[in-house]
Design a protein around this ligand. Structure first.
Ligand code: SF4
Length: 283
């Protein structure tokens, strides 16, 4: 079966519903909202409805699970690209119950629950101190202030894997304390990348290189997803219209605006596709 996602770090994407409300700077150019609008749906904001789906949609992961079982492998399922599983709205509760049941019924799938609302996890997730082994739990952190705010909520959950999505990376991140603290569960995986889309903001190369160094130092798998729309000029020789960009508190750097595809995902001369390998019995 073909994977249904173009995202490099997952095999499939599943959305229990569509719609959300913006919560931080990373949401400014939310591609999910743009995509929903393009499809004719107004689903963003506290007063907008969410879009729910029928039985055939909810059966898809059962098919992926069956195939994974037959092949003797595991598929990663990113949940959700068009919503936030931990958005605090009463009308989502019935859909969430259906999702928890689906997770229970698909033991060959690793469910990657990624949220910008980790403060809601403990109250909304049904698993308390015993999380199912097929859930990986992640939060998005685009800058240091949000890392300080969100990591304490993420890292107290005993999921099998805890991961960070640092995309779009909008500032430097110093995660040292979280790699070494014994009073929290560890960070098991870091994904990083720059922003894509029309109004994308450039990612300073030092921010992502520094994050890579931290991952190397603490032996945490690192996945570099993309430069996004802006790439250091030295990685695109011969490209016209190179711009010297000024960053607050950083050295100025020459960058060039390219398509996401042309900008690519090469960092320090190679691709970074790190993935955690944590036994199923961990959680
Ligand atoms: S949390 Fe995610 S889906 Fe929701 S507005 Fe922000 S970027 Fe979009």
């Amino acid at each position: 079966m073909a994977r249904n996602s173009n995202i490099e770090w997952t095999h499939h994407t599943f959305n229990p519903w569509w719609g959300c409300k913006k919560v931080s700077a990373a949401c400014d150019h939310c591609y999910a909202e743009l995509w929903a609008k393009r499809m004719g749906h107004q689903l963003w904001g506290a007063d907008s409805p969410r879009r729910f789906f029928g039985d055939s949609h909810w059966r898809e992961p059962l098919t992926w699970n069956e195939e994974a079982g037959l092949l003797g492998r595991r598929y990663r399922v990113f949940c959700a690209s068009m919503a936030d599983v931990f958005e605090n709205r009463a009308d989502l509760n019935s859909q969430r119950l259906r999702l928890w049941e689906l997770i229970d019924n698909t033991p060959n799938l690793d469910w990657l629950l990624l949220t910008k609302r980790p403060q809601n996890i403990a109250r909304i997730a049904p698993w308390g101190a015993r999380w199912p082994a097929n859930v990986w739990l992640g939060t998005s952190v685009e800058n240091q202030a949000l890392a300080e705010k969100r990591l304490p909520y993420l890292l107290k959950n005993p999921a099998r894997v805890r991961f960070l999505s640092c995309e779009p990376l909008l500032g430097p991140l110093n995660l040292q304390q979280w790699f070494t603290r014994r009073d929290f569960h560890p960070i098991d995986w870091i994904i990083a990348g720059g922003e894509s889309g029309g109004a994308s903001r450039p990612m300073h190369p030092d921010w992502v290189l520094n994050l890579l160094d931290q991952c190397r130092a603490h032996k945490v798998p690192f996945h570099f997803k993309q430069w996004g729309q802006w790439v250091p000029a030295e990685l695109a020789p011969g490209t016209p219209r190179v711009r010297l960009l000024e960053f607050t508190n950083e050295r100025s750097v020459e960058m060039v605006r390219l398509s996401k595809k042309l900008a690519g995902r090469i960092l320090e001369g190679t691709t970074w596709d790190g993935i955690p390998h944590i036994p199923l019995t961990h959680a």
